[in-house]
Design a protein around this ligand. Structure first.
Ligand code: LLP
Length: 388
């Protein structure tokens, strides 16, 4: 099943805008729930950083997922969308005091702590409030991931997490504090990971660390493996639902659990990427000496992934009726040469006024939009608002 877009209903909506097909989103969520139900105590916290559109969040909340936040703003957005505070995990290397206070005031499920100074501040603020914060430590597992360098996070050289060699020390420190309760470990090795071997490497690293801790008499209740499952950007219309089956089965096979442990996942991209498209209008077709440019009204302010990570997003022409094709560079209106969505792609003959859909844009699209060039932020619509 592919994204369904009814262009007739889109007339009158100012482009560019994000369009989210909630049928696809619901089917994706069903697939997640079907797989996690197979295993005891697997919980998915949707990584809200991928897409914080309120209408999208409400659909995700209806499916019963928890939520993974990395800022006070995300916690507020999650709560406003109806997510229960006791399903919120809160990560991030640089939490501000007000964000820690908010997490404590709302009694969130868990703080994923990334350093000793952060632990000390959480303990101090919790003491002032007469609360006890549940904490997990984010450990840097020094496991590489086969993905773009900007989105790999689990290597020793990355700023994230606590070094493995300090693990026992920080846990003992937490155990000696009165206003934090240590519950487990958190990991995340990167994003857009398609090779299950990378997740196997993480599971094996966690097994080693657990053995180490067990010999010290330290028991974990929570193991949070982070997110990172990738999606098919090349063939989104045929591979619309990510491979959740293999993903969860990989952890089930390779992660050795102790009695009473729960496993937590923080999937972002895999939940929302394929349900979203950026809809943009062709303003001009310009013929250069060596290229034909389809100049669209969306730019990297609306979808920055191609400019920032060399990311590929499949582009389709929604309105052209001809079978003739031509080769185009699809470019935006922003005054920078990196404002290119794709180069030398085949599209049906395209003309001014055609609508294009830039696919697989539901994750890290709308949420990363900016106002550069004083451009308005793109709006996001769910299919119910357009199709009915
Ligand atoms: N958990 C943690 C601690 C994370 O840092 C991330 C993503 C996730 C979960 C969710 O990862 P996902 O399941 O979506 O791969 N803007 C980039 C992606 C940055 C990912 C940052 N961390 C992009 O557009 O590709």
């Amino acid at each position: 099943m592919a994204l369904s877009i009814n262009v007739d209903r889109m007339a009158g909506i100012r482009t560019p805008f994000y369009y989210y097909d909630t049928n696809i989103l619901r089917q994706t969520l069903d697939a997640i729930n079907t797989e996690t139900k197979k295993y005891d105590k697997y919980f998915v916290h949707y990584a809200v950083k991928a897409n914080a559109n309120m209408k999208v969040l409400k659909v995700i909340n209806e499916a019963g997922l928890g939520i993974d936040c990395v800022s006070g703003g995300e916690i507020e957005q999650a709560l406003a969308a109806g997510f229960p505070a006791n399903k919120i995990v809160f990560a991030g290397v640089g939490k501000s005091d007000w964000e820690i206070e908010l997490g404590l005031d709302k009694d969130i499920f868990c703080f994923n702590v990334e350093s000793i100074p952060e632990l000390e501040i959480i303990n101090e603020i919790a003491a002032q409030k007469g609360k006890v914060a549940t904490v997990c430590f984010r450990i840097n597992p020094n496991v590489g991931a086969h993905t773009h360098a900007h989105i790999t996070t689990g290597l020793a050289e990355n700023k994230f997490g606590i070094d493995m060699k300090d693990m026992e020390k920080v846990i003992q420190q937490a155990q000696s504090m009165t206003n934090v309760q240590f519950k487990g470990l958190h990991f995340h090795i990167g994003s857009q990971i398609l090779e299950m071997d990378d997740f196997i490497a993480l599971a094996e690293r966690i097994n080693e660390l657990q053995d180490r801790l067990e010999s010290e008499g330290i028991h974990l209740e929570i193991i949070n493996v982070g997110g990172g499952l990738g999606i098919d950007y090349k063939e989104p219309q045929t591979h619309t639902i990510p491979n959740f089956k293999d993903y969860f089965a990989t952890y089930h096979q390779h992660l050795k659990l102790r009695p009473g442990q729960t496993v937590h996942f923080e999937l972002g991209r895999a939940v929302v990427a394929q349900c979203g498209a950026l809809i943009t209008k062709v303003n001009f077709v310009k013929e250069g000496s060596v290229k034909k440019f389809a100049i669209v009204d969306a730019g990297f302010t609306d979808l920055i992934r191609p400019a920032l990570y060399d990311a590929h997003h499949k582009i389709i022409n929604l309105t052209s009726t001809t079978t003739e094709t031509d080769t185009y560079d699809v470019v935006g209106p922003i005054c920078e040469s990196s404002d290119v969505f794709d180069k030398d792609i085949q599209l049906p003959k395209t003309q001014r006024g055609d609508l294009l859909a830039i696919l697989s844009a539901g994750a890290y699209g709308e949420i990363m939009a900016s106002c550069y060039n004083c451009r308005p932020l793109p709006k996001g619509y769910i299919s119910e608002e357009i199709q009915n």
